[in-house]
Ligand binder design. Sequence first.
Ligand code: MV4
Length: 512
Amino acid sequence: MFRKILIANRGEIAVRIARACRDMGVRSVAVYSDADRASLHVRLADEAYPIGPAPSRESYLVIEKIIGVARYADCDAVHPGYGFLAENPALARACLAAGITFIGPTAGAMEKLGSKTAARHIAREANVPTVPGTLDPIETAEELLSIARHTGFPVVLKAVAGGGGKGMRSVYTESELAGAWRDASSEALNAFGDGRLYLEKYLLKPRHIEIQVLGDHHGHMVYLGERECSVQRRHQKVIEEAPSPIMTPDVRRRMGEAAVKLARAGGYTNAGTVEFLVDADRNFYFLEMNTRLQVEHPVTEMVTSMDLVKLQIRIAAGEPLPFTQDDVILRGHAIECRIYAEDPGNNFFPSPGKILNLRVPSGPGIRLDDGVYAGWTVPNDYDPMLGKLIAWGSDRAEAIARLQRALDEYFASGIKTNISLFRRILATSDFQDGNIYTRWLDDFLRDSPLQDAPPPTSTLSPPERAALFAAALSHLTKAGAPETNHSTGTSRESSRWKADGRREQIDREPSR
Ligand code: MV4
């Protein structure tokens, strides 16, 4: 086993990894930018080292700095978390060259399965169903037209280098094809420096369901069931759950086996996720593979009783998987909400700033993976996710009820949060019945303006609510009268995060 692991990340996932290290008796090393000096991951790790200015391009994304700290602090492994360098094969290679273990797949597997078109080739060869369309980038206008006609409308154009819906256009008629091509291509060129596009049949109202896989260095590979991730806002996941409300044991087995076949074909090791689109008849089609631990991994942990980060570390250290596919037993239901510092009243615009008061939920079936504390300032410079609230229940209805209870207990002041969004979603009959698809949330937000929000479905009695409020008030008074204009959130100085957010509001306006 490793002695010391460097955590090349920040926020809640860095905290999550530090906790796994502590549970395993492995020392943890945090790195932090100037904006993160007081961050929770720095406090919870055994050691911490500065890596430069707030912008991630000058800190969390600089491979030489990460390797430099790992060497200086004598680490024997690096965990990349998600985002930042997690899917950058150059970090895996740099670790290898420095004699440090990268906790993740090899650079080669990352390249093969992380590339959308290369992964589509591997899927076809491994007999894993893919959405009908092209395997390679389209070169000419004639080719585009003939492939679109052959595939049948509607079709969707996707960027080879794409992600997050950027460089993606659905096309319903032949006359829209050329314009959509130009738009998608220039958007992709802008965002990724690569304007190449491929084409797929456009599925209407599909679900996004993904399979968690885990492979060791001894030829063992298992699937740990699925996560339903259809509740998304502009290609950002908002709520995830396990299992999927539409899953059957037979479809789960077939999707799981397909995911394992694909990962094996790409020489994959460690934790990975295979994404599928699933239609109303439960036909599934491979979409892409994520070669990292994912934000929503806790719902899988809750229903499998496994610790995915510990397993990642044990696999990277060369241990064989400590169980087989037959030992994977799913129990109960888990639902996760991604809690963000953003303003539901202002189109979910980022709302960083100082957290004045924080009272977090707990109790039966509740797990909170967060990276914040009262008195800490949510920086402008990064994704403003505060953490994830996860509820487990013996069935889906119990998980929903516990999540609603926990949401009502969550109290944060000083920043805006998207807690009210989850209350609204959980109160709909569509969500309660599991009738969700990839555009569901965008449709819901378009069709039900904010005023229609139901009152909080509080499970606290009026005296309990009064007591909670009084406690918060007394804390505020003791802390001295807080300034209401916290410095970072309202300052007029340039904020990269807000500027990015504003740009995305423009870029990501749904086209249909
Ligand atoms: C699709 C699709 C329908 N048909 N591909 C959006 C982001 C990218 N990862 C894949 N996406 C989609 N690809 C075909 N052939 C619908 C979507 C899609 C979507 C997928 C997952 C979650 C939310 C979504 C929202 C809109 C569209």
